[in-house]
Write a protein that binds this ligand. Sequence first.
Ligand SMILES: Cc1cc2nc3c(=O)[nH]c(=O)nc-3n(C[C@H](O)[C@H](O)[C@H](O)COP(=O)(O)OP(=O)(O)OC[C@H]3O[C@@H](n4cnc5c(N)ncnc54)[C@H](O)[C@@H]3O)c2cc1C
Length: 427
Amino acid sequence: MSSLKFDVAVIGGGPAGLAAALSARTAGAKDVLVIERDRELGGILQQCIHNGFGLHRFHEELTGPTYSGRFIRQVKADAGITVWEDTLVLEVRNDKTIWAINPQQGLIGITAKAVVFAMGCRERTRGAIRIPGLRPAGIFTAGAAQRMVNMEGYITGKKIVVLGSGDIGLIMARRMTLEGAKVQAVVELLPYSNGLTRNVVQCLEDFGIPLHLSHTVSFIHGKDKITGVTVAAVDQDRNIIPGTEFELDCDCLLLSVGLIPENELSRGIVDLDGLTSGPTVNQYRQTSYDGFFAAGNVVHVHDLVDFVSEEGDIAGKFAALYAQGKLPTATNVVAVKAGQGIRTVVPQRISWPDSSGKVRLFMRAQEPAVRVKLKIAAGEDVLVERQLPIARPGEMIVVDVPFDKIPDCTQEISVTLQAVQGGGLRE
Ligand SMILES: Cc1cc2nc3c(=O)[nH]c(=O)nc-3n(C[C@H](O)[C@H](O)[C@H](O)COP(=O)(O)OP(=O)(O)OC[C@H]3O[C@@H](n4cnc5c(N)ncnc54)[C@H](O)[C@@H]3O)c2cc1C
């Protein structure tokens, strides 16, 4: 058994972890460790061979592997960053001891002065949504199918139904079509898609794939192998409307029914937000427990990887400062709360002192709306007000608040969305 010490240990080698490792080095960390359970770095991006990555960061349309490749090369070229691939972190303790395992070193004990959680998120499965039927083969989560098709070279079916119209479901509908499969339909429980508008257009409309909104899969047919599904309309309380059922033949059902930040390692050490399912953080991506930081999909599910990398930059920098004893203790903390029309907001608190000059808030709307006013306020003090022509839960709202506008008092900051004349919930 080996035992080692690092300034900063980063758990997860996806875009968040890679950015965190690089910025920790830039901020002065002498030795940084990145631990990745997969056989290579890059996280979920390695299986995302479509383009659309990096528009903000590089002003280019890159594929997932190209985007992550730029970070991987920098990480591997830095002698101050140790990378352990094929290494699973089993446990993290609040004294910053990390237990990991890999085939070469066996069980490894590590201690770090600061830890960055960057474990990404996992997909909800059939068990989580309890679709009736037997347990035939041919049912996959969309992300697992994406890995099989794009990385392992297997096709999961020829006649496909996709349940869920988030970005992964939409992208997989197009991907399977391009592989020669017939995508019968994408079925969505909500009255709107949770994916980016550009993905609805480019992945479904451009290929003539039907999208059934306010519908669900109510039964899975087949014993050994899936033979079809029953689809039914749902009412506004998401209950099936009897008599609306119809059947679709398929040999494969892809489930894209939600992502959950992967916090098995951090649960019990840091406070989690019940709505994002990730750790609560301040503007430095510092969690509720001293010396633990978090970034990327482990904090909240992002739609754009550029913002994941940005969050990694922040967490890595401040983890390095903490490790060097240069991060001042917070003298005052103000809570940031999601108010009317807003489902989640990150960071959930703002700490003093601040060295960044502005605090970038990431928010998700509760439901789709047109012509709304986004208001960030501390009591009667309006810090930022902005008209939004459209707000959709699938697209993160990103707003910078100048730090000098934020009152140094304990009054919480609230973020709300209110309809302006002619606006409101989208039909
Ligand atoms: C299908 C799909 C399509 C997307 N399309 C786009 C797009 O077109 N454009 C765009 O900008 N963004 C897109 N995104 C979003 C973007 O790719 C993600 O937001 C981003 O990859 C998240 O980065 P991350 O580092 O937080 O997590 P991940 O990329 O998931 O990385 C987390 C890493 O942590 C590792 N890990 C977890 N637990 C452990 C452990 N216990 N021990 C060791 N390692 C561990 C995992 O193996 C993984 O490599 C897409 C995402 C998906 C899933």
